[in-house]
Design a protein. Sequence first.
Length: 348
Amino acid sequence: MDIRRSLSNHAGPRRSPHEVLRRLAERITPDVQPEDPVRELEERVAGLLGKQRALFFPSGTMAQQAALRVHAERTNRHAFAGHPQTHLHVWENQGYSAVHGLRFHPVGDRHALLTLDDLKAVHEPLAAVVIELPQRDIGGQLPAFEDLAEQTRWARHNGVAAHCDGARIWEAQTGYDATLAEIAGLFDTVYVSLYKGLEGTRGAVLAGDAEIIEHAAVWRRRLGGAIVDAWPLAAIALMGMDENLPRMAEFKSHAQALAKAINEDGFAHTTPEVPATPLFHVHLPMSRDDAQRAAQKLLDDTGIKLFLYARSNPDPRTCSIEVSVGINALEFTPRKVAELIRGLPSRL
């Protein structure tokens, strides 16, 4: 069954090749040169984040590996610390170790946000501390800005680089009374994704001071990321910056309305109860396998893609799903989403 409507911004009709090319054709005029979109993207991201330089990468995995390798070489240390559920460790096949020989030091409770006390308990010299904003795998939770400032101050005081896994920093900014530049200013380097909230097809940008970014460019070439014709990826990302970035607060407001309806319905509940960003998790009283079979039946029957996949919980009788609100999700009313979730058991 083709997907006609999707609650997730990662699996909707807006990502079809025809739709992306149609929107891209409206943007690319005859006078655009191949190097223009990449240059514009890098300058725009650097400006938004208040950094000296920014560098395009074909993937976030490569961007983050390059950042950690640079920090390791600059400090002559080979370990970094982060949340146990950091994306680098959970989702990237431990590339930091296999490719760069770096060691990951998980700190804190895997179900809670990283704290300053967690960092103080680390007794190994660190090249960097990685902080993900928001922390995706625990429901998109976001540390208080004051806590974030304390943690990055601790890092600098101890000669440790502060790196932001800002794949969703565009969404995270909605949870702070601070600008993107003020958030990024706490960090030595910031990685941003181009295909999550911005709905690009692929790519990432790493931002920092000029010396760090020049060093990262060396590693980008070594890792095979200095591609000549990156302009389609950059141009599509620029569309997302024009179309999606101004609507992040709207996405957050809709996420909060969805979560409120889900919690009031009583069948499921959300983490956080009130989302701090457009991202949150929904906990279902169903096994992971049952939830995925029910969601597939919903897709087959209606063409609605409710979620990408279900996550297992310590209790095998329950599971959780991720809701990441973008333009797709605005098509669904809070009441409709609560009804679709409650109706999942009846699909089995």
